[in-house]
Design a binder for this molecule. Structure first.
Ligand code: B12
Length: 263
């Protein structure tokens, strides 16, 4: 079964596929899988290579690339879930790549219902690096994960090798010093830099607008800041920083072989 699913997924154009038994998924800060999918037995996790867009200083192009990946990831999730239902008569529930996730004052929109990083580790697709991203053996930090939960019984793939060399480039290049403490990203520092038009900026802007006289309101609406908030709002969110991902030298994407499992 695993090989049939793997082949199907690789033929869709995904970069890698891994499997994890539900019991091997350990993410202490996430809700239990059983609370999401009673009877869940396994996770099927896919790795997609981040496009070179992330290197651009133009943040429309940089995040546009991520939107392409998210769209492809979601389409792939749907196709693989349907493949599992059709071929094996099993249930499959897709995991959102980023959003939606629980939004509350408690979680501050920072805890996914399934942690794709912990799932990727359990599925043998990588290990946590100094930047707290999961480094895929070939794609390094430039890996985005997608995946699904199923009641098919699938064994876990072997653990991936550790490729982070602790070169510290990610720490040095983080504009918010969000990676100073090992093993823990300072979320608020990361968010302030990576999503400058997120919820905090919105609260500030709209409160200020309400309290301002009409002339000031006109100026605020004419300001670029408002237009950026507007765009981030209708996209859902927009990242303005890819530093911990794009500066990481781990992995060797250029030598990526075509997958031998497809030949
Ligand atoms: C919410 C979210 C965010 C929030 C908060 C992240 C957070 N809480 O960790 C913010 C906005 C800050 C964020 C930032 C980024 N994110 Co984000 N994010 C998510 C999301 C939706 C949920 C994450 C989550 O549930 N975290 C909460 C729990 C599970 O984390 P935690 O237990 O506290 O674990 C943390 C630490 O304890 C540590 N950790 C845990 N175990 C271990 C073990 C070891 C050995 C070590 C060293 C560390 C470590 O790592 C975690 C990071 O703080 C996921 C998608 C998903 N559903 O998983 C994407 C996801 C994690 N994000 C991703 C990316 C790429 C980013 C950014 C690079 C942004 C960008 N421009 O793309 C930055 C990276 C920040 C960084 N270096 O840590 C990718 C990561 C891919 C990868 N290769 O690892 C994911 C998986 C999305 C995807 N579909 O691929 N993200």
């Amino acid at each position: 079964m695993k090989e049939q699913i793997r082949r199907y997924a690789l033929e869709l154009g995904l970069d890698d596929v891994g499997f994890a038994a539900a019991s091997n998924y350990v993410s202490p800060n996430s809700p239990p899988l059983e609370s999401i999918f009673p009877g869940a037995k396994s996770l099927v996790i896919m790795a997609l290579q981040e496009l070179d867009n992330c290197e651009s200083g133009n943040m429309q192009i940089a995040f546009g690339g991520r939107m392409d990946i998210m769209e492809f990831g979601r389409t792939s999730n749907y196709k693989i879930a349907r493949f599992i239902q059709r071929e094996f008569g099993a249930k499959a529930m897709t995991i959102p790549l980023s959003y939606p996730l629980e939004m509350s004052f408690k979680t501050k929109g920072c805890v996914g219902d399934v942690s794709l990083r912990h799932a990727a580790v359990a599925a043998g697709l990588g290990q946590f690096g100094r930047n707290n991203l999961v480094l895929h053996p070939r794609l390094g930090s430039r890996a985005v994960f997608a995946g699904l939960i199923t009641d098919l019984e699938l064994t876990s793939d072997p653990q991936a090798e550790e490729i982070c060399t602790n070169c510290n480039l990610c720490v040095e290049k983080c504009p918010g010093n969000a990676l100073e403490a090992e093993g823990k990203t300072n979320l608020m520092r990361c968010l302030k830099n990576s999503q400058p038009y997120g919820i905090a900026a919105n609260i500030r802007f709209w409160s200020q607008l309400l309290e301002s006289p009409p002339e000031e309101q006109k100026k605020m609406i004419a300001d670029e800041h408002f237009w950026k908030l507007y765009q981030a709002g209708f996209i859902g969110f927009q990242y303005f920083c890819f530093n911990c991902m794009k500066n990481c030298p781990a992995g060797n994407r250029s030598s990526a072989p075509s997958d031998p499992r497809l030949s």
